[in-house]
Design a protein around this ligand. Structure first.
Ligand code: CUA
Length: 307
């Protein structure tokens, strides 16, 4: 893992985030201009000779206090409203559809394939560059908010309801997505990786995602099954088909673990499995403190091989 993924709306890599950044600059400059004029008038008023001209004063009050702010604020409002139709327009027909459900405290990600099939993964979202993608967002428990600061968002994920979000990433790279609504103890540890890549790389990744896992003869697979991990986690192609926790079919290929809180490295994975509840307070997965080093080595080696 090289540098940390970008998480800045001002260094944006997507249409939605670019619009937010533009609004931010426009509002800041507009606000600064109003402030300068109001302060300028106040200073002018202080140093006015005591015998003042009534007409001039009235003009200043009406002009500076009512006409000028009305013009500037109306301008800023129209500028902001003009962006709405584009934000509300749905992604064009045939765009990649990705369903994301917020779960305390991770992300269930489901890709819709052109064949109509759906394929599940977790905590890492790949997007093709310069193409519109349509997100269908919901929650499986409390209200979460889906936000990729560098690309766009943010939209609430509400249980029993489907909210839509269109994103248009414009720059290849690795970005960080976050939950932007307080949702409990590990809210701050509910993030995800976003990989924006070329269409070619994206197609390759999507077809890899569809292949079931191999390596059932691996000793770690026996540990996984024996410890009951499959009651909560799925590994497609094996008998593990739990749906409570993140799908682990290709966990070895992901950038991070624990919903983007630790880089996906063997030492971190071992630490996570042994001390889950300490690393992420409130998490449903128990800490497997009693697992032997030998078993843990095999398990981590097996999970790392799931690519
Ligand atoms: Cu989910 Cu905060």
């Amino acid at each position: 893992m090289n540098r940390l993924p970008s998480q800045s709306t001002l260094e944006n890599a997507g249409e939605g985030a670019r619009q937010v950044a533009e609004l931010f600059y426009a509002m800041t400059i507009g606000g600064a201009v109003i402030w300068l004029i109001v302060i300028g008038l106040a200073v002018y008023a202080i140093f006015q000779p005591t015998r003042h001209n009534a007409i001039k004063t009235r003009l200043l009050v009406i002009g500076g206090g009512a006409v000028f702010p009305t013009i500037v604020l109306t301008g800023l409002l129209s500028y902001g409203l003009a962006m709405l139709p584009d934000l509300q327009r749905p992604a064009p027909e045939g765009s990649q559809v990705i369903e994301v459900a917020g779960v305390r405290w991770w992300w269930r990600v489901t890709y819709r394939l052109p064949t109509g099939d759906r394929i599940e993964t977790a905590n890492e979202i790949h997007l093709p560059v310069n193409e519109a993608v349509e997100f269908k967002l919901t929650s499986e428990d409390v209200i979460h908010t889906f936000w990729i600061p560098s690309i766009g968002g943010k939209v609430d994920m509400i249980p029993g309801r489907e909210n839509r979000l269109k994103l248009f990433p414009t720059k290849v790279g690795h970005y960080r997505g976050v939950c932007a609504e307080f949702c409990g103890a590990a809210h701050a540890q509910m993030s995800f990786d976003v990989i924006v890549e070329t269409r070619e790389e994206f197609d390759k990744w999507l077809s890899q995602l569809q292949t079931p896992a191999a390596g059932q003869s691996h000793r770690g697979h026996a540990v996984f099954a024996g410890r009951g991990c499959g009651a909560c986690h799925s590994i497609r192609g094996t008998s593990s088909d739990g749906v409570v926790g993140p799908d682990l079919t290709h966990v070895g290929s992901r950038r991070s673990i624990g919903a983007a809180i630790l880089p996906n490295e063997p030492a971190n994975l071992k630490h996570w499995i042994r001390n889950t509840c300490e690393v992420k307070p409130g998490v449903e997965m128990p800490s497997f403190e009693a697992i032997s080093s030998d078993e843990l080595d095999a398990l981590v080696d097996y999970l790392g091989s799931l690519r």
